[in-house]
Design a protein around this ligand. Sequence first.
Ligand SMILES: [Zn+2]
Length: 91
Amino acid sequence: METNAPSVCPKCGSEIKHIPAGVSKTKVDKFGSPAKYNEFWACEAKCGYSWPEKRGVSAPKYDQDKLLEAIKIVNENVKIAVSLLKQLTGQ
Ligand SMILES: [Zn+2]
């Protein structure tokens, strides 16, 4: 199979080992069955390098509703603060 995988680990210079696609012994998918993974290449010295290199961790997911709720609360408090200031300054 053609691949761009490096033949030696760019991190530590050890051999790169091909790991065929398979089924995880430890991870399960959302249905509770063993999670499948694609083939990959990993450093034999287990320095942590693997190919394809992991892409950036996906952005954390925000709870949109909670975020909006928080903005609302901030807005309310700003309004209160503004009206207090107006009272204090006699405007
Ligand atoms: Zn390595």
